[in-house]
Design a protein around this ligand. Structure first.
Ligand code: FCB
Length: 442
């Protein structure tokens, strides 16, 4: 057995990522709790319910799991509707709970990364028009100031908004997420307001905490032409990538929002990111198709040779991770992989998904690209939005009825990676033998 090891730089952050609504339980004052009550919105009408019962205190045992398996960081989000349950009421007890969690992490050798907005909006904000309302960015900045003042002793890594690109497409184009619209004008308004909100929050954090590091987490989808020699496929895949992947980080870089043929200057957004948060999961082939007017004339599908997750939600495409990291380089900023993972109840694909994706991260790190950490999605199975409980992304399995947790083999694999700060040939031979020859040829 060769002694080869793909070693990561000293100080690399290894963690998992979670989001408030998906793990806390008992959230009943935001747009997602409302969405869950509407029949037909969530698979089998499932509810987040108690979720992983973090609000009831199980965050401690789960973060102990993370700590005991060598993770030195964790990304979590705080729930706006808890901290500000009404426009003029702040719940300092709720905020104190987040401070306690962040303090615990710091005392336990785990760097917290805090997301200020991960898909959920307080109901009072919804009543005011949500992201279509021009006043929302200022309201978000006000919430941000309150949160940062409370958490600044323990937190200096901030994600303003998680996947604004997924939020606008799912909420305003596909209509499968709240507010359930299919309206390009509304989509563009929301996009501009999300960019403004990001910029306002960026400045709010820096006013209070000049040394903070602030960015967005972007869902990077690798979109490649189905027939690379066919100009219409090349054109449509490039257009989709420009709208989906590039819009938000470019707006924060240049102060110009572009989506398809629309364009708007948001000057205050220019230069408002300290790092790029990359959420990478999968790759699509994109074919131009005149019958797909509603999908921007594109048919998207997975490569037939690629292994796919159990509900065909993601394909295992590790090269897309390398491509995504390369895409990050254009911004000339440090990069965190803020999410990456696969739904896999039986842990059939996850070990190799993990090995192959981290191998690509390692390759990028070895070109000296400024990659600072990796957060696996996710620690324990949780509530997966419109897909409810049907998708299992956890290193630990969750029985949401009994709240029992069970380790999957990937939890052990990831623990060894974190402890070693690298992936050794010997680990891959044990956990992901299928890809051994590919990762360690000869
Ligand atoms: C991402 C979301 C995260 C989780 C994963 C599977 O798009 O940010 O909350 O649902 O997908």
């Amino acid at each position: 057995m060769p002694k080869a090891i793909f070693q990561f730089p000293r100080g690399f952050l290894w963690g998992t990522a979670t989001a408030a609504h998906q793990v806390e339980g008992g959230n009943n004052n935001n747009n997602w709790s409302q969405w869950e009550e509407t029949p037909g919105r969530i698979v089998n009408n499932q509810r987040s319910g108690l979720a992983c019962d973090w609000w009831g205190g199980r965050w401690v045992e789960d973060l102990e799991r993370a700590r005991d398996s060598g993770q030195n960081a964790h990304r979590l989000s705080i729930e706006w509707s808890r901290i500000q349950p009404e426009p003029d009421r702040w719940d300092d007890e709720a905020l104190a709970k987040y401070v306690e969690i962040a303090r615990w992490m710091t005392n336990n050798g785990m760097t917290p990364m805090v997301t200020l907005h991960h898909f959920t909006d307080p109901l009072w904000l919804v009543a005011m028009g949500g992201w279509e309302n021009e006043e929302t960015p200022a309201l978000f900045a006000r919430f941000t100031r309150r949160a940062v003042k409370a958490l600044k002793a323990y937190v200096k890594l901030w994600v303003t908004i998680n996947e604004p690109n997924v939020l606008v497409v799912s909420g305003y184009l596909d209509g499968i997420w709240p507010p359930g619209k299919q309206d390009m004008d509304a989509l563009f308004r929301a996009t501009v307001n999300l960019v403004r909100a990001h910029a306002a929050a960026y400045r709010a954090v820096h006013d209070i905490q000049p040394q903070a590091s602030v960015g967005m987490a972007i869902n990077y989808r690798s979109l490649v032409p189905a027939k690379p020699w066919f100009p219409p496929d090349r054109w449509i895949s490039r257009l989709m990538a420009a709208s989906f992947n590039d819009t938000f980080p470019w707006a924060a870089q240049t102060g110009v929002v572009r989506f398809l043929h629309r364009r708007q200057r948001v000057t205050e957004a220019k230069g408002t990111q300290d790092f790029i948060g990359l959420n990478y999961y999968t790759r699509d082939l994109v074919a131009f198709n005149l019958l797909k007017a509603r999908e921007m004339f594109a048919r998207r599908y997975f490569r037939s040779q690629a292994l796919t997750s159990i509900s065909n939600f993601f394909a295992n495409e590790p090269n897309g991770m390398f491509e995504g990291l390369k895409w990050c380089l254009q911004f000339k900023l440090p990069v965190f992989i803020t999410e990456n993972g696969i739904e896999d109840p039986d842990d059939r694909l996850r070990p190799r998904y993990l090995a192959e994706h981290l191998h690509q991260v390692w390759r990028a790190v070895n070109f000296n690209w400024p990659i600072k950490g990796y957060f696996h999605w996710t620690l324990v199975d949780n509530f997966e939005w419109e897909r409810g409980w049907t998708q299992r992304f956890g290193l630990w399995k969750l029985d949401e009825q009994t709240q029992a947790r069970t380790r999957r083999p990937s939890a052990d694999f990831y623990a060894e990676i974190c402890q070693e700060n690298g992936i050794s040939a010997e680990m891959v031979a044990r956990y992901a033998p299928d890809v051994f020859a590919e990762m360690f040829p000869n």
